[in-house]
Ligand binder design. Structure first.
Ligand SMILES: [Zn+2]
Length: 503
């Protein structure tokens, strides 16, 4: 059939089809005169068109209308094809999305399962008795541990099952023994009273405002904590003050922001001031830094079961570099050592990275928001263009109303971590003290800095700078498993100290 006849042939077929449908649908109803006329006319037109088409009688060229109709038909076909392609693309996208959703759901289920398992393990360990504050070092080095053979894996699984059974048995025995002991203790000895903390809200403290900063009277602070107050003098002039008793001691300076608490260097937000020859410290320092370090127990009930460890830098971001030494390598090694020890103690540990990858700072903060750990620990190594500095620094978020220890003098806007300033202060102090004791390193103080992952944490959070990569002697230490294990022991001791503040 000549191509240009196709449209009229199709039109005829369509017409016939519609007529036959019309006839079918009205079988039971008698046709009106008008209906009959329409039907007959339609049939005639259709038959003529079919005859013309099949006999090839029409040899004339297509008219302009026919060409236009053909063009329109082709356009419609093109549009239909485009629509179909779009539908296919949509289907493909839906398929990918569904696969991603399924994968995410599976991952979530796995995490929930892990949480349950960790909680059960922690409960079992808790019931079995207090965990040692500092665990013995791991037998296998988690950093250099090799992949296990299937036989060894099977053997370890079997051992784990046996251990779990043994723990269950020990828990039952211990519970019975504890109950007996408790009953006996209650019956005989009077309860020992641990020192009581005063509620800050009930303390009577004289206050003043200077340069838009509120200050509290330091002698009043001392009285409320049962501490003795004494001025320190330099060249016969007051240069600071000390408040102390047998177990606690805080030292303030009128010249510098850094003081000490129990021998550990602590940067406050403001130096001490003298007004009418009376000593004052800033109210924000008192509330977010000093009070949490002087009191025995936290006034805020917070947990310490899930710990997020953030190995600084990674992937495309090496961090500080000194020759072949890269910060990203050591932060991950220390993070993994810490993870192994914490998991041994029954903590649930979540890592922001486990390999040489670079989650952005925003992604790291998002992980904290998502998994809601009880604590956030970020591990870094320090660096300086000057090769002399060495030692350990520990950072927490800048409290509202304060400025960074170093750098910007701009007051920082409130961030999520500010909800936990008091606990972060104690956490920073304890971990800092722990690392100094374990390593014998130089004390460079607990500090405040606007660090993204710390400021945007949704729990108490600290960042540790475990040493200076730029210092020739210290970089060798940082690279050694021995020093890394000491840092880990120090952090664990700090966590134990922080834990006793929580209970
Ligand atoms: Zn770093």
């Amino acid at each position: 059939m000549p191509k240009y006849l196709l449209p009229s042939f199709l039109a005829a077929c369509a017409l016939l089809a519609s007529v036959s449908v019309m006839a079918q649908t009205v079988t039971d109803v008698p046709l009106s005169d008008a209906d009959v006329k329409i039907k007959t006319a339609a049939q005639n037109t259709a038959q003529t068109a079919v005859q013309n088409a099949s006999s090839g009688a029409a040899t004339k060229l297509p008219t302009a209308e026919e060409i236009a109709a053909e063009r329109a038909r082709l356009e419609r076909m093109r549009a239909a094809l485009a629509a179909e392609r779009a539908a296919l693309e949509q289907y493909k996208a839906d398929l990918v999305r569904r696969q991603q959703e399924a994968a995410a759901a599976a991952a979530k289920a796995k995490v929930e399962e892990d949480i349950k398992a960790a909680a059960q393990k922690a409960a079992a360990q808790k019931a079995a008795g207090p965990a040692a504050s500092i665990p013995p070092p791991a037998k296998e080095d988690p950093v250099s541990a090799k992949t296990l053979s299937p036989e060894e894996l099977q053997r370890q699984r079997q051992l784990a099952i046996e251990r779990a059974k043994a723990i269950e048995k020990a828990v039952a025995t211990q519970k019975a023994a504890d109950a007996k002991k408790k009953a006996a203790a209650a019956a005989s000895a009077p309860a020992t009273t641990s020192p009581k903390d005063k509620d800050v809200a009930t303390m009577k403290l004289r206050k003043i405002t200077q340069n838009k900063v509120r200050y509290v009277h330091l002698r009043d602070v001392a009285v409320n904590y049962g501490l003795t107050f004494a001025y320190t003098k330099s060249a016969n002039k007051v240069s600071g003050a000390t408040i102390y008793d047998k177990t606690r001691k805080a030292v303030f300076s009128t010249a510098h922001r850094d003081g000490t608490v129990n021998g550990v260097q602590v940067y406050f937000l403001y130096p001490m001031i003298l007004k009418n020859n009376e000593p004052y410290i800033s109210e924000v320092d008192f509330l977010t830094c000093l009070d949490p370090l002087l009191r025995y127990k936290t006034p805020v009930k917070l947990g310490m079961k899930t710990i997020m460890i953030d190995a600084g830098h990674g992937g495309t971001d090496p961090g500080a570099i000194n020759g072949a030494h890269k910060e990203k390598v050591y932060t991950l090694q220390i993070a993994k050592r810490l993870q192994a020890q914490l998991e041994k103690l029954g903590f649930r540990v979540i890592m922001t990275r486990t390999g040489d990858t670079y989650p952005t700072l925003q992604e790291r903060a998002a992980l904290c928001k998502k998994y809601k750990p009880d604590l956030y620990l970020s591990i870094h190594c320090n660096s300086s263009t000057n090769k002399t500095p060495a030692g350990i620094e520990t950072y927490r978020a800048v409290p509202v109303g304060g400025t960074e220890t170093k750098g910007s003098k701009v007051k920082i806007e409130k961030q999520s971590a500010n909800e936990f300033d008091a606990n972060s202060s104690r956490l920073a102090y304890e971990i800092h003290k722990g690392m100094l004791t374990a390593t014998g390193g130089t004390d460079r103080g607990t500090r405040h800095q606007a660090i993204y992952v710390i400021g945007n944490a949704t729990c108490p959070a600290v960042l540790v700078e475990v040493g200076y990569l730029s210092n020739a002697a210290e970089v060798k230490k940082i690279a050694s498993p021995d020093y890394q294990n000491k840092i880990v022991s120090g952090i664990l001791a700090g966590l134990a100290g922080y834990g006793s503040f929580l209970r």
